[in-house]
Design a protein around this ligand. Sequence first.
Ligand code: 5GP
Length: 182
Amino acid sequence: MSEPDKNINDLKLLFPEEKIQKKVKELALEIDAVFPENETIFIICVLKGSVMFFTELSKHLKHNVQMEFIRISSYGNETKSSNNMQAIDLTLPDLNNNNVLIVEDIIDTGLTAKFLTDMFKIKHKPKKLLFVTLLNKKCARQTDINPDFYGFEIDDKFVVGYGLDYKGFFRNLPYIGYFPSN
Ligand code: 5GP
């Protein structure tokens, strides 16, 4: 049987569900305001971590959207970015000259965001490419990348919940927290 080696009772709450939902609605308003009216946005979910943020955000966007999913992994089962990006599935339709919004759960070192932004620009040549992340770990950045929109800035903590996992667990939590190291 697979069990987490962390106890959920030790989790320290960082962002409660209501706070996240309020922020997601605000982000949807901001995003709607900058994409051209009456034009479709291709919203790209970066699996698996973005899944909750992505679905919640999509519900509040007023534009027509097409939902697309890619899968990429940089952490494996570790709690530190590995610099070793694994593109698991990058299958996408033709996005040439379209509006694209990449939706991430968290930007940490920024390596994933940089990889994705470069890849989209070179391979897909969108008309407009913007990047939103729910969490922004600015202090951990190893690249010069910055999201166009973000929900919350956080310290260099390993967080879980609302799509973010620890060894595959805790993605289903409706809130975000962290396990103190001692
Ligand atoms: P980056 O390439 O910016 O270092 O990392 C991006 C990816 O690493 C995120 O999409 C996420 O999957 C994972 N990640 C970064 N920080 C955290 C964290 O604090 N908690 C969890 N669960 N995943 C994280």
